[in-house]
Structures are given as C-alpha cells and as structure tokens.
Write a protein that binds this ligand. Structure first.
Ligand SMILES: [Zn+2]
Length: 678
C-alpha cells in the first residue's frame, strides 16, 4: 500500500476508547488506506468476558451464543465486532421459493448443516463453536458478563489465518471501502465455525443488495486455497428477478501490452469509470494478484506499480486476493467519471503444456469491475517478440513489424465485456466480405485446407444469423485454434476453438469431437449476438448467453445440416435437462456445488444452461411456431441491442410478440424446476 498524504482525522477521535462504541462509523475523512490498515490488523480489546445467552441477529440469521467467552474486536481503536468461543447454535431461514431446491442440494452435498421445512420456509441449523462478527452502521450487543472469560488470543489469531485463505474481496477492503461507499447503511459479516463447516454470512444492502450464507471449500491442488460455496443468497430491498445495477461501469479502456519472449509482461491501462448510482470514494475491482499455471509449484504474480488519475495524483490502492481497491481523489456520483492510469507488471504469460502461445483470457488480467460493470470500448496496442503473432478483438488499426517485435493495434468501438489477448506461433488467413473480415488462425504451422474450410463455414453461419439476428456486430471476427481438445469459447469478436476443428479427419479422438464441430462453431458464433450484443449483467442471467446461443445454433443445424441432426440435438437437450432439472432453476445453475463429486456439479450446471435452457426455448418454439419464434429472437436482439438483458424483459418481449400471458410458463420452467414436456 502506498504512503499517504492525507490528514488522518480518525486519529483525533481515537482516544475515545474504553467504552464500546457499537457500530460507530469512523470519520468519513479518514483515508481508505488508513482504514484498510486498521481493518487488516484486527485485535481483541482486553481480556474476554464470560457469555451466557447472547443473541446475534441479522436478517434471516440468528446466532444463539449459549455459553463461552467473548471479547470486543478492534480495528485500530474502533470497536468493530465480537469474537466468541464456546457453545452456541445457528438458525438460518430461507423464504425464497426460487432458491429453495439449490439451497437444499448445496447444503446436503457440501455441509453437515441440518435442514427442516417450516411452513413455506427452509430452516438451516447447526451447532456453533466460534464466531467472528464484524459490523458497521449497526449496534453490536453489549458484553455484560461479570469477571474474566478464557483467553482468546490464540483462537483469534488462528481464526484470522484460516479465514484469510478465502479467495474473495478481503474483509479489510470491504469494510474500509464501506466507510466511503456505504451511505450509512449497515454492513455485517459473520465468520461462523459450525460443527464441521466454516461458514461466512454477509449482509450487504448497497452493492450486492443481498444476504449471503456460504460455506468454504478447500482446493487441494491450488495450495489449499479456500473458495466460497453459496448456500443461500436472498435479495435485500429488491426483487430476486431484477438484476442488481452496478455502482460504476468501466466505460473505456486503453490497454498497452508489452510482452517478453518469456513469461513477463507489462501493462499500461488507462480506464474511464462512470458512476451509475450512489457515492463512490473507493473502487473495488478485480485483478489477479497471484495465479497458478498447471500446478501449485508454478505460482505467478501480477503487481500494480502505480495508479495515477488524470490530474496526476498518485492514488492509494490495496491489492490482495485478486481484489484491487483504489481510493479516488474525489468521490464520484451518478454521471461523473474518474480516469485512472494503472502500471502493472507480472509473469503471467503462461504457456499451457509448454506450448508456443499464451493467452490473457476472460479472467481479470487488467483491472475491471464485476461483469455487470464491464461495458467498455477498448483501444489496444500489443507488442510481442517474433515469431509470436498477436490476436486482439477489434478493428485492426495497424499490424506491423517493429524490429524484433510484432505489433498489433486495434479498436473496439462497441461496449464489451470479457476482453482477451492471445499471441503465439500462429499463421492466419483472412478475407473481407460485406464489411466483415473473418480471420482464421491456425496454431504451429499453416493449415491452408482447414483455414479455407473454416473460413467458409464461419461465413455461412454468419450469413445465416444475419437473416434474423441482425448485421454481424463486429467489423472483424477472429477464429483462433487452441492446441487442446473439446471446447470453444467466445470473447468479443473472437472464437477460441480447439484443434479438432482444424483437423476434422484424423485419429479416433478427432473423429469423436469433430461430430460436434458444426454445432460448436454455430454456438460460439451465436455468442457474438447472445453474450456481446445482448449482455448478461450477472451470473444469474447466463442463460441469455448460453441457452440463446445454443438454440440459435439449433436453427443452424436444422436449416444447414438437416432435420434429423436437429432432432438428435433436441433429444440431447431433453435428456440432459431431465437429469438436472430438479437440482436448481436455470437462473441459479452457477450455484451448483458438490464437494465430493465435482463432476456431478459441473454436469448439472452445464445441463441446466446448455440443455434445459434450450429445451425451454425450444418448447416456446413448439408452441408459437418457427416464424413467431424467429421474431421473438429478433425482438430480444433489438430490445437489448448493446445493452444488458434480463429475463423479466425477455418474458415481456415474448408476451408482446405472441399477445399471450407467459408468466405461468416462466414461473414453472425458468424460475422453477419443472420440465416442459414438449
Ligand atoms: Zn457458450
């Protein structure tokens, strides 16, 4: 963290110690960096007190701390929480019918919590033996026990270490940012050690606008890092069906990448943020600080050297656990912008299996907000040592050689999410027709035949989609071979596709995968419409990209390959949908987790988004007919053109197209776990 120039007013009020000042907000003119420092070094205030029958209640969570010892927790000299060790119990209630199936599944597959139905609610319960409760903007219960409890220092240190392994926004960042961003609202976090699970509770009424109950899971092959599994997430002050609006959007980025011939890279990223709601003094962004290559022997790092705003001020920042918090010189409110320049260095040019390429993928390799805040036009310049050839989304401004370097400059003038860059030993072929350049890049040697074939296939599919989804959304489209098998991915103006697409005739493995190539190609190209023209604001709206891309691919298969292939595809959707439908409703597919059987969780999620979603859309097609269905898809495109989509509006579009009420249909099959029969 950078040193600070600001006067720390908080220090002046800090002598008011001794008495707990429950939930007292620190002076707002305390700098973020100082607040973050205080919150990064939590301590216990004096000896603990005995506790009997202390209740901690927040939203749907009740903790009964029956007996044990507790001490007040300090951030600097402010009392910010309570640490308890002893015997207690937890009760958490979910009243949300939409999430109920997946709450039940995740609790069973990931925890030893009990669940009991009570009226229309589900009650989760367990015993509790340790709690760290942190709160801002809301009173803490007083510790009134007489005398001294057991020493808690060791338990407290161990607790902080254990929970500190969770890869999420560190509580220090979250609470310190809250002082400036929280608008006086309460923020509460419980770290609860239950009978055999470590739980996290978070009540955030401003940003997430939800209350979350999660359990931790350890990933052994990543150095025992901990990740959170959502058990329940209930909306606060909003309807579940409405996506949460971000506080800021990243509106423009100018990215300069200088790659070494090895694994080092340096980035200069100029970003423009626009405030959407609230008052933002601290930007909470995502940016890798460390990541693994293939194994946990291969830890890579990304380091922020500086953040400077457009007035030349050096901004304090805090970068930890893939979260980057930046304090703005002046807070921004609705419509205001902040322009920042980041200098970043790292050794993250990872070459899979020692291959001759690297990819800066859809993960946060440059500073960016959550996906609902990614809405940016991008200018990019990439310099890579020869013989590597770079590929970047956007219209080519120049592709030149500068001495030992290959240089590519591009511009994306449409707002996008999921920006990527790739460079490696590639050859490519490109062709411009009707204003769209299609570029096919093959890995490790020129594969003329495959490139010509794929160029033709890509062009055919684009022309087909243009017939009902509108003009192809980008000036250039890159199809880039990945030296692996069995998948495709669709960043903006891009398709990564594994090598069997380039070698359709070959060994048995290629034979196996190539059957799906046409379908996969059609699916990935459809993402330029479903994913980039129509964007998903949150993971809960992912069917807008996956199910709509898949059902559009289905149309390609039917009309360009034949009815029997299409029938086969629909049968696969139905069969897979059936296997997953009871686990979760489509919007909560991304929550599915299974500690002892990760494949089961992976397939359930996949089947919900890529099979049940298309099956539901196909059922709409069956009911309204081909023509009206194409009008429906086209209307979704025009309604959400270059915007974030959402399912309530999709339903409204369908109702406008068909002049029918579709509420019961969406309630049962999208928000619920039922299967349309046809
Ligand atoms: Zn997809």
């Amino acid at each position: 963290m950078r040193s600070l120039l600001r006067v720390v007013v908080a220090a002046l009020v800090a002598f008011l110690v001794g008495l707990p000042r429950p939930g007292a907000a620190a002076a707002i003119d305390e700098s973020f960096a100082d607040a973050c420092k205080r919150w990064s070094a939590l301590s216990l205030q004096g000896p603990s007190r005995p506790v009997t029958d202390l209740r901690l209640v927040s939203g749907h969570l009740t903790l009964e701390l029956k007996r044990g010892s507790a001490a007040l927790v300090l951030a600097g000299s402010d009392v910010v929480g309570i640490f308890f060790v002893g015997q207690g119990s937890l009760e958490y209630l979910t009243e949300d019918a939409v999430e109920r199936p997946i709450v039940s599944y995740n609790v069973k597959k990931n925890t030893s919590l009990t669940e009991v139905a009570r009226d229309k609610a589900l009650v989760l319960g367990d015993t509790v033996r340790e709690v760290l409760w942190l709160a801002q903007g809301v009173a803490l219960p007083a510790l009134t026990g007489e005398g001294t409890g057991q020493p808690l220092d060791t338990a407290f240190t161990e607790h902080l270490q254990r929970y500190g392994r969770i890869r999420e926004t560190p509580p220090a960042q979250q609470f310190a940012a809250w002082l400036q961003n929280g608008q006086g609202q309460p923020l509460q976090r419980g770290e609860i050690v239950a009978s055999s699970d470590d739980l996290v509770f978070l009540s955030d009424p401003v940003d997430a606008r939800s209350e979350l109950l999660a359990s931790t899971r350890e990933v052994k092959e990543l150095d025992n890092r901990l990740y959170l599994t959502t058990l329940s997430e209930q909306p606060l002050g909003r309807a579940r069906r409405d996506p949460v609006a971000p506080r800021v959007i990243l509106a423009d980025a100018d990215i300069a990448v200088t790659a070494s011939a090895g694994k080092d890279v340096s980035l200069t990223v100029k970003e423009t943020y626009t405030a959407v709601s609230g008052r933002t003094g601290v930007l909470l962004l995502n940016l890798y600080d460390s990541l693994y290559g293939r194994s946990n022997q291969d830890l890579r790092h990304l380091k922020v050297k500086s953040v400077i705003d457009d007035s030349g001020a050096w901004l304090p920042f805090h970068h930890e656990r893939d979260s980057l918090a930046v304090e703005l010189a002046t807070p921004i409110q609705q419509g205001m912008t902040a322009k920042l320049r980041f200098e970043i260095e790292g050794d993250i040019l990872y070459r899979p299996e020692g291959d001759s390429y690297w990819e800066l993928g859809v993960e946060p390799w440059f500073p960016q907000p959550e996906m609902g805040g990614q809405y940016c036009t991008i200018h990019t310049t990439v310099k890579v040592p020869k013989p590597f050839v770079p590929f970047v989304p956007g219209k080519t401004v120049r592709r030149v050689e500068e001495g030992e370097l290959n240089v590519l400059e591009t511009r994306l003038d449409k707002p996008v999410q999921f920006m990527v860059i790739l460079a490696g030993k590639y050859a490519f072929k490109e062709e411009t027709k009707d204003g769209v350049t299609v570029r096919i890049a093959s890995y490790a040697g020129k594969n003329d035949l495959a490139m010509a074939k794929l160029l033709n296939l890509t062009r055919k599919i684009i022309t087909y989609y243009e017939g009902f989804l509108g003009p192809f959304p980008f000036d250039e489209f890159n199809v880039v071979e990945i030296n692996d098998l069995g998948y495709g991915q669709a960043p903006p103006a891009f398709m990564f596709i594994t090598k069997e697409a380039f070698n359709p005739i070959g060994d048995d493995i290629n034979e196996l995968f190539s059957k799906g190539i046409n379908e996969r190609f059609a699916h990935e190209i459809a993402h330029q419409y479903w994913g980039h023209v129509v964007k998903m604001p949150t993971h809960e709206e992912q069917w807008l990209t996956e199910a709509f891309a898949e059902v559009s691919a289905g149309q390609v298969i039917r009309d360009l390959r034949g009815k029997s292939d299409f029938k086969g595809l629909v049968a696969v959707w139905k069969n897979r949908a059936r296997q997953a439908t009871e686990i979760a409703p489509i919007p909560l597919a991304n929550r599915v987790a299974n500690k002892s059987n990760r494949y089961a969780a992976w397939s359930a999620r996949t089947y919900l988004l890529y099979a049940k979603g298309p099956w539901v859309l196909n059922s709409i097609r069956e009911q309204i007919g081909d023509q009206a269905f194409l009008v429906f898809l086209a209307s979704c495109q025009s309604t959400f053109r270059w915007k974030f989509g959402n399912t309530p509006t999709v339903q409204a579009v369908l109702e406008a197209v068909t002049k029918q009420d579709w509420k019961a249909f969406f309630d049962a099959y999208y928000w619920g776990t039922e299967m349309p029969q046809k």
